[in-house]
Design a protein around this ligand. Structure first.
Ligand SMILES: [Fe+2]
Length: 591
């Protein structure tokens, strides 16, 4: 007993009654007597009133947790989300999994070997790149997403189902295109709009766009040249197919920054070049913002604050912990794959590490958790009528299953009374810390005080949705889409075009550097790995109280139904979207 023990669970067996469960999931310090109630799941105000001696123990544990989960802003940059300064003892319990995952998987060595075996210093053609997938030594499979990569339909589909599928917006919703994007409306209507005028297409909610204005003004690290900050316009055909209609590579429309159009308006290769450069913006925005900041780091801030204030004996702790598993581990031990000096942000992305941090900082200043609530996100972007938006179609039932589960559980935990929540001083302390005016998160319901159960439910549901679905959509199709870089490049050699001069096929091929291409495949493969349980199938079960447990069982049933519905939707889709199926989405972020 002279050592501390990590105790996951204690079961006391009775001969005549049901077994008593104590899901402890914590380190028990050496030579210390501790008391736990059956189920270890009580609100703090109840413990304080009814069991003062256990309450003191609970306070002592929380005092220790504040030390164990000491935090600082990411990269010590004020204004960034907070994270633990070192991995807390609770979390080291899962450390081996992360090490196993990272140790052998990110294999620059294999890429280098393949390069020597199969290529000279440059690719001879786009087909030449396929050699990398074949042969007994290849660690790469043919990525599913690349097929049809050169078509406009696939280019548009990437914006609906690719890793960065949450930036597209409705033109109608925004009252027209941004004024710095003066597309040739008559010409577009004549060639592409199936008998409608541009205005009619807009009124019918058939026009959508993406604006990477956040990238404006940066210098790309890999080239020393201005970073592309493009806009693109899309049209939803009457048959439901989305197609791209126009791309402008920088924000300021000018003679040396023309708007590119698909054939027959512009030449196919000139248009292909514009699509490549748009892809560079998409991928360089996706990794730091959509993926790292808006899932990993936002969740890291939330979870760190939660551990400071919520006791492991709190019923909401039991509810949330299955969705927090591995996150602080991967953010502490795994993030260097992206953010080390020789990590992907510097070595693969064109943008570079410093720019990534600067952009993440700016985006976090305007980030609001309430904007990540699915219905709000879809309505803010005006995408309700976007056809074949499989992300939206599949996210809706998943969000509902999560929100129903959290709402019902909270109702039971707090007896359906807002006042009981107001009296829960641990939860109120958490709200205060989370929304701290100088370093906290913005847009959390209640803004620093949970006075309504509905506010707490929206907050927790949104966080579980981010940890499971938003991350899954941004993460697991990375190999499929990035694994064949012409489909979605991280970096191109040369400079973005300033006019519509003809280019050759060979010129387009030579935009792809062999080393960067192989390293991109490697990164995509690593980040797309799946090694943890799927949503609802918890790695550790924390809740044993029958009245709360019944909501968990309903959640499992709801997920089964969502999974079956997804299967039948995908059977009918010409391009199935598996990424938000409960059979694919994990409980939490682990990669
Ligand atoms: Fe990730």
């Amino acid at each position: 007993m002279n050592d501390s023990w990590y105790v996951e669970h204690v079961t006391v067996e009775h001969e005549t009654e049901a077994d008593a469960h104590f899901p402890l999931s914590r380190w028990l310090p050496a030579n210390t007597e501790m008391q736990f109630k059956k189920f270890d799941s009580q609100l703090p105000q109840v413990v304080k009133k009814e069991h003062p001696e256990v309450y003191q123990q609970r306070q002592n544990e929380l005092d220790q947790k504040k030390k164990d989960f000491a935090y600082a802003p990411i990269a010590n940059k004020e204004g960034m989300p907070r994270t633990v300064t070192s991995l807390p003892p609770e979390e080291t319990f899962h450390r081996n999994y992360i090490f196993d995952l990272l140790e052998t998987k990110f294999t620059g060595v294999i890429s280098q070997y393949l390069k020597k075996m199969r290529y000279e210093d440059e690719f001879a053609s786009f087909d030449d790149m396929y050699k990398v997938y074949y042969g007994p030594l290849s660690p790469f499979t043919v990525p599913a997403g690349h097929s049809g990569w050169r078509t406009d339909e696939k280019f548009a589909r990437l914006r609906l189902t690719g890793p960065n599928c949450t930036v597209i917006r409705g033109v109608k919703k925004d009252g027209g295109l941004p004024t710095n994007f003066p597309v040739d409306k008559d010409n577009l209507a004549k060639h592409f709009m199936e008998g409608q005028s541009f205005q009619q297409a807009q009124d019918a909610d058939r026009l959508f766009y993406i604006d990477f204005k956040d990238l404006d003004g940066y210098i790309a690290k890999s080239s020393g040249k201005p970073m592309v900050a493009p806009l693109a316009l899309f049209y939803a055909r009457m048959d439901g197919t989305l197609i791209p209609l126009a791309i402008q590579l920088f924000q300021q429309n000018a003679d040396n920054n023309p708007i590119f159009y698909p054939p027959p308006i512009d030449d196919e290769k000139v248009w292909c070049q514009a699509k490549f450069w748009f892809g560079v913006a998409d991928s360089n925005y996706h990794e730091p913002v959509t993926h790292l900041l808006q899932t990993h780091l936002v969740a890291g801030d939330f979870i760190t604050c939660f551990h400071h204030m919520i006791s492991p004996s709190h019923p909401v702790y039991k509810l949330m912990l299955p969705h927090f598993i591995y996150l602080l581990n991967i953010n502490t031990d795994g993030m260097p794959v992206l953010t080390a000096e020789d990590g992907a942000f510097n070595k693969i992305l064109t943008f570079g590490l410093d720019n990534c941090y600067d952009l993440m900082y700016k985006k976090y200043q305007t980030f609001k958790l309430s904007d990540a609530y699915l219905a709000t996100d879809l309505s803010n972007r005006g995408v309700d009528n976007l056809p074949n938006y499989h992300y939206m179609e599949d996210a809706k039932p998943m969000f509902k299953a999560i929100e129903d589960y959290i709402t019902a559980s909270l109702k039971t935990i707090y007896g359906g009374k807002d006042q009981v929540l107001k009296d829960d001083f641990e939860m109120q302390n958490f709200a205060k810390l989370l929304c701290d005016k100088t370093e906290g998160m913005r847009g959390v319901w209640g803004d620093g005080a949970f006075t309504k159960l509905d506010d707490l439910s929206k907050t927790l549901s949104t966080m579980v949705f981010i940890l499971s679905n938003v991350h899954a959509a941004a993460n697991f199709n990375q190999y499929d889409e990035y694994g064949y870089p012409p489909n979605l490049p991280f970096r191109l050699d040369g400079a973005p075009p300033t006019d519509k001069s003809p280019v050759t096929e060979d010129y387009l091929v030579k935009l792809f550097d062999v080393n960067v291409t192989l390293a991109t495949m490697d990164l995509g493969r690593t980040l797309s790995m799946q090694g943890t349980n799927k949503i609802g199938n918890y790695e550790t079960r924390y809740e044993y109280k029958p009245d709360v447990l019944k909501h968990y069982l309903s959640f499992i049933e709801a997920l089964k139904k969502v999974g079956a519905e997804n299967d039948s939707k995908n059977a009918k889709r010409s391009n199935p979207y598996p990424w938000l199926s409960p059979k694919v989405v994990p409980n939490s972020i682990s990669i």
